[in-house]
Design a protein around this ligand. Structure first.
Ligand SMILES: C[S@@+](CC[C@H](N)C(=O)[O-])C[C@H]1O[C@@H](n2cnc3c(N)ncnc32)[C@H](O)[C@@H]1O
Length: 200
């Protein structure tokens, strides 16, 4: 018999606890959260199990759904939802409302135009006071925060010219233009950050 191995990301294993320490207190009264770019699904399983009071809705491009579904199969709870096919660049999103949005390691992968589409789509979805929490590497005032982030940015741009680490202040200004105010910035291990935006 062949045992299929679930897709696995060591980075997710390393960062899931630090991210949870940001999410848990901020989502204490949240009832429904949309995750954009769920990837392997590891984060979804970990966070949904740690926050059983909320429904965790996964989403990604359709080609990643098999991976997410494999992780979801073993999930014992009832608050984790099968992935929606959500491409942030598409004008129509397959969801109309949610209390909060989380996304990890997407802003440096998707194009800058896609980042703007994501901000627009999230602003449409969230009610006033709703939070968008973004995890990943960000530059500060146009500068890399570490040598390893500079090397990472170079490798991203070699993979695809539209990829690259975004500047936190530029993201904040674009988000503010769309009604999402950057409320809190937290430094996390491995030169990553969590940006917490609040819908005005
Ligand atoms: C580096 S992975 C991050 C996955 C996971 N969140 C994590 O932290 O490990 C980037 C994710 O963004 C998704 N993605 C890329 N383009 C997208 C788009 N246009 N709309 C939505 N998701 C997209 C990819 O499919 C992938 O799951």
């Amino acid at each position: 018999m062949v045992t299929l191995q679930k897709p696995f990301s060591q980075a997710c294993e390393n960062n899931k606890q630090p991210i949870l320490s940001v999410l848990a207190p901020r989502l204490a009264t949240c009832r429904h959260l949309l995750e954009i770019g769920s990837g392997t699904g590891q984060h979804a399983v970990h966070f949904a199990s740690a926050m059983p009071h909320l429904v965790w809705q996964t989403s990604d491009l359709p080609q990643n759904h098999d991976a997410i579904e494999q992780w979801l199969e073993d999930y014992p709870g009832t608050n984790l939802r099968a992935p929606l096919a959500l491409d942030v660049t598409h004008p129509e999103w397959p969801i109309e409302e949610t209390d909060a949005v989380f996304t990890a390691n997407t802003f440096h992968i998707i194009s800058w135009e896609a980042v703007l589409s994501l901000l627009e789509g999230v602003a449409r979805l969230l009610p006033p006071g709703g939070q968008l929490i973004v995890y990943g590497p960000f530059n500060e005032e146009g500068a890399f925060t570490s040598d390893s982030n500079a090397a990472f940015d170079q490798s991203l741009r070699q993979q695809a010219p539209h990829r690259g680490i975004r500047n936190r202040q530029t993201v904040a200004a674009e988000a503010q233009d769309r009604g999402l105010m950057l409320n809190t910035t937290l430094e996390l291990p491995a030169n990553n950050r969590c940006l917490v935006f609040v819908r005005q």
